[in-house]
Design a protein around this ligand. Structure first.
Ligand code: RRO
Length: 306
């Protein structure tokens, strides 16, 4: 079965990617993820300066999901470059994820990484819901999205640049269009949904910073809707991300218009075996449908004309 895909020049043997954030910065873990059947790994978002992240509690389990407020913990670019090089050394295709507090910071971060390590592409975190001044505060403004995509495209030459979008907007397609018009090679939809949980006895928010981002099965229908709308509204490929736990979830995303699917929270719920299970299930599904490859599946739900 041919599960290979191509996204704006990024060629993957398998259309499954490890979502940013979950496996942290560890090259050893990235190697295990790849060996488990992922087509590539998206590294934890990194910026110009190292960040500690927020003190705990910074993760809380809720029915059908997790809410996190990690606060962009990362070791800074120099340390991340070492891990990215190690990942490449293990033969793992890797996409660097970057954030910044300004257009220039995104551009600079991308340029520094591109100058040091031959990553497969860049994912721009325009959607982190937990830190002020970056992420979703930038990714809800189409003008800023446009400028950042342009700056990063200029900084990284012909490497694929993918904008990771926030669901915390009224019209995700208008943000996707801004990225597309600025030269993005694809978009990832979605990052986490702003959310919170409250301890009824302590009478206070459970997460230290109060608000965090919801992920896991709870957000899958939201992500699926976003992918469906983006596929209809854009010409560049869409990568689905949000609550994928089974092969059936992945198929739903392909039918909605995703060219690839990222798996994040399910790695925590189900362990790395989730990649093998989804991959095998996908192959079985294609065989049952009489298809020899994944590409004809992409966007097929739109044939219903709804
Ligand atoms: O680190 C975080 O708190 C975080 C990030 Br950068 C992100 O993109 N999405 C998320 O749910 N948490």
């Amino acid at each position: 079965m041919d599960l290979s895909i191509e996204i704006g020049g990024l060629k993957l043997e398998t259309p499954l990617m490890a979502a940013s954030g979950v496996i942290g910065v560890s090259a050893m873990l990235a190697r295990r993820v790849f060996a488990s059947g992922a087509g590539c790994v998206v590294a934890k978002s990194v910026g110009l300066k190292a960040r500690e992240g927020y003190p705990g509690p910074n993760v809380v389990k809720v029915p059908c999901g997790l809410i996190n407020a990690m606060g962009l913990p990362n070791p800074g670019i120099q340390e991340m470059v070492k891990e990215l090089k190690a990942m490449k050394g293990f033969g793992v295709p890797v996409i660097a994820s970057i954030y910044g507090f300004s257009v220039d910071e995104y551009g600079e971060a991308a340029e520094l990484i591109a100058g040091e390590v031959d990553v497969e592409g860049f994912e721009l975190n325009l959607s982190c819901p937990t830190v002020h001044g970056t992420g979703f505060e930038i990714g809800t403004d189409p003008l800023k999205v446009r400028e950042i995509v342009k700056a990063v495209k200029e900084a990284v030459g012909d490497k694929p640049v993918i904008a990771k979008l926030t669901p915390n907007v009224t019209d995700i397609v208008s943000i996707g269009k801004a990225a597309e018009e600025a030269g993005a090679d694809g978009v990832t939809a979605i990052n986490t949904v702003r959310a919170m949980a409250i301890d009824v006895y302590l009478e206070r928010p459970i997460l230290n910073p109060g608000i965090g981002g919801l992920s896991g099965p709870a957000v899958k229908p939201i992500a699926l809707r976003a992918v469906y709308e983006l596929y209809r509204g854009l010409r560049i490929p869409v990568i689905g991300c949000g609550g994928v736990t089974s092969w059936r979830d992945a198929v739903e995303f392909f039918l909605a218009g995703a060219s690839a699917v990222q798996i994040g929270t399910a790695i925590l719920y189900r362990d790395l075996k989730v990649f093998r299970e989804v991959k095998d299930g996908l192959s079985r599904y294609l065989r049952d449908k009489g298809l020899a490859e994944i590409k004809p599946l992409v966007g097929r739900a739109h044939r219903a004309g709804i």
